[in-house]
Design a protein around this ligand. Structure first.
Ligand SMILES: Cc1cc2nc3c(=O)[nH]c(=O)nc-3n(C[C@H](O)[C@H](O)[C@H](O)COP(=O)(O)OP(=O)(O)OC[C@H]3O[C@@H](n4cnc5c(N)ncnc54)[C@H](O)[C@@H]3O)c2cc1C
Length: 391
């Protein structure tokens, strides 16, 4: 048999040496600091603050931000690599990073004034604090334009006064949460964005939700009652808040696709290992084509999810339009991840239904990937519109 270089199934074309190095560091961190504890965090619904702080010390929360604000000067591709590595073991910790960077700090970096960046980004980049993203409301999710939270300007003081209710806000109630970027209606047909410190009087963080999955991630409703913020807490151009929030979601969707790729990798690696070690009818179950082919399909799903994810990230990093590529990556990768968890659970038989087996957790965790940061239906809408269809 001819011998030659061994094919690396994890190879992603075009990564820089710095990106490869970061990937190796996060892989090692995730194997040592996340994998052994993920099951326990899930069972007890624990937000792992010490681990989040350690990720901050590694620089993960600053990956895509300039060094002048304490960031790493990296890009979306690098962030996606880190998210995939964490999600391989624990989606909750991966979404904590993804939401903290992309949805929390991201809008402040993209739309903030120099003063706003200087004020909030250094702590966020270092993981000393977390920011949350407050778009969704009980009556406005996919239809983000339907939000009801209002901000009214107090002409005497120049402050803005916010009233409303936000739903399902990630990272909003942790010990280190500092600010929530809130979308609010400032005039008919006009939505603006505000940076709201969580310790402002009138901000009430609701008790944590009891969730099907992502149980070690922090998610709360947030009530705003007469919350006063100074004029310099408006983020970006007044009245342009919705467009700004929606453009933030384009990047967030690529990050969610990376998270889905990590989930598929977990399903593939755990299934291949189990197929080799579990015996039935006197031979490994992987000797049956039905099981082996299912593993092959997981490998194809992983490659597909990765290629679409890193293509979208690269387009973004090269400054090219990437809205459609982001929606395609998110739609494909998340639906493939949900299917992968079903396959992996089936390969694990009864053990796959037991809490101690990681695939059982992946199965519960994966569903929300098809919902958060735009449902699958919303991705299809975005794609259809780029095809010129009048939907
Ligand atoms: C764990 C978790 C964390 C989250 N974190 C955040 C966060 O940090 N910040 C934040 O702002 N939000 C967050 N969200 C909210 C999330 O983005 C919304 O749940 C999501 O956008 C869907 O909105 P909805 O729940 O209101 O569903 P709805 O919009 O009510 O949709 C219900 C169903 O109807 C479908 N549907 C709606 N409109 C259409 C249409 N025009 N065509 C076809 N189908 C349609 C949807 O696809 C879906 O299947 C989080 C959600 C979860 C579950």
């Amino acid at each position: 048999m001819a011998t030659g270089p061994v094919e690396d199934p994890d190879h992603i074309p075009g990564l820089t040496p710095e990106q490869e190095a970061l990937r190796a560091v996060v892989r090692d961190f995730a194997e040592r600091e996340v994998a052994p504890h993920a099951g326990e965090w899930d069972r007890t619904g624990t937000f792992p603050l010490a681990t989040v702080r350690a990720m901050g010390e590694l620089g993960l929360f600053g990956i895509p931000f300039p060094e002048e604000y304490g960031g790493q000067g990296g890009d979306l591709t690098t962030l996606c690599l880190a998210i995939e590595e964490l999600a391989r073991h624990d989606q909750s910790i991966a979404i904590t990073l993804s939401a903290g960077v992309g949805l929390g700090a991201g809008p402040i970096h993209r739309f903030g004034t120099e003063e706003q960046r200087q004020r909030w980004l250094p702590d966020l980049c270092a993981g000393r604090s977390l920011a949350a993203f407050g778009l969704t409301e009980p009556d406005g999710g996919s239809d983000a334009g339907a939000i009801r939270t209002r901000a009214v300007r107090d002409e005497e003081t120049g402050e803005w006064v916010l009233d409303g209710e936000k739903a399902f806000i990630t990272n909003s109630g942790t010990e280190i949460t500092s600010v929530i970027t809130v979308a609010a209606r400032t005039a008919p047909g006009e939505i603006s964005a505000f940076v709201v410190p969580v310790d402002t009087p009138g901000v009430e963080i609701q008790p944590p939700y009891r969730k099907l999955g992502w149980r070690a991630s922090d998610t709360h409703g947030v009530t705003l009652s007469g919350v006063r913020v100074p004029a310099d807490h408006v983020l970006g151009a007044p009245g342009r808040g919705l467009g700004a929030f929606l453009s933030v979601l384009d990047e967030g969707r690529v990050a969610i696709a990376a998270l889905a790729a990590g989930c598929i990798r977990a399903c593939l690696e755990d299934s291949v290992a189990y197929a080799g070690q579990r015996h039935a009818f006197g031979r490994p179950i992987g000797a049956n084509q039905a099981v082996a082919f299912a593993c092959s399909d997981l490998a194809v799903a992983l490659d597909g999810a990765r290629m679409l994810t890193y293509r979208a990230a690269r387009l973004r990093d090269e400054g090219r339009p990437f809205r459609r590529a982001a929606a395609v990556a998110k739609l494909y990768a998340t639906e493939a991840a949900v299917a992968a968890t079903r396959t992996a659970t089936q390969i694990h038989g009864g053990a796959g239904f037991m809490d101690d087996t990681p695939v059982a957790r992946h199965y519960r965790d994966a569903k929300v990937l098809e919902i958060g940061e735009g449902t699958s239906e919303v991705q299809r809408l975005v794609i259809a519109r780029t095809l010129g269809l009048p939907v």
